[in-house]
Unconditional design. Structure first.
Length: 172
């Protein structure tokens, strides 16, 4: 796990190679094993593979979301907000586990934040996605995880550059 954490980086450029269905299913099943508060599991996943829909989805936040258009798959992570008051935390845990599972399978990924972000003046990224994907009103969108085989490589995190000073022991 340490090696996975050390080498996982956000990937914004993907090859044209399709993710094999069995690989994608394992990634999605891994995400569904994510812990959630009181095991409520308020999250749901909308998997997008259609190129036209990916292209539309890539416009949810302008330049910040353009990378989605080059991905093989996007996983939109949503939550039924009626079920839990900590849906943000629960969806965030799931998103992180999904990215780690994807990396362990040789894929690249990038988190695109949706909650509290705008598409353009007067339109939120969430409103745009909910309309595009026909997501029910009682659901909120946390993020989109773009997935694909990486077309770029990044160096692993360097241990000597970790912010060790952010670790406190016993007291602040």
């Amino acid at each position: 796990m340490y090696d996975i954490l050390k080498s996982r980086r956000s990937i914004r450029k993907f090859t044209d190679k399709n993710i094999e269905e069995e690989v994608l299913e394992e990634i999605l099943k891994g995400a569904l094993m994510s812990p959630s508060s009181r095991s409520i599991r308020p999250w749901e996943l909308v998997v997008v593979r259609n190129k036209d829909t990916l292209s539309s989805l890539s416009r949810c936040r302008g330049a910040h979301s353009a990378l989605i258009g080059g991905a093989d798959t996007a996983v939109v992570i949503i939550a039924d907000t009626r079920l839990s008051d900590v849906w943000v935390e629960d969806t965030s845990i799931l998103a992180a586990i999904l990215q780690l599972e994807a990396h362990a399978k040789g894929l690249g990924s990038c988190w695109v934040q949706i909650r509290n972000r705008s598409k353009e003046e007067g339109v939120t990224a969430e409103e745009y996605i909910k309309e595009l994907l026909k997501i029910p009103e009682d659901y909120n969108v946390e993020c989109v995880i773009a997935l694909g085989y990486p077309a770029e490589s990044k160096t692993p995190h360097e241990e000597d550059k970790l912010p060790i000073g952010k670790i406190r022991r016993e007291q602040y």
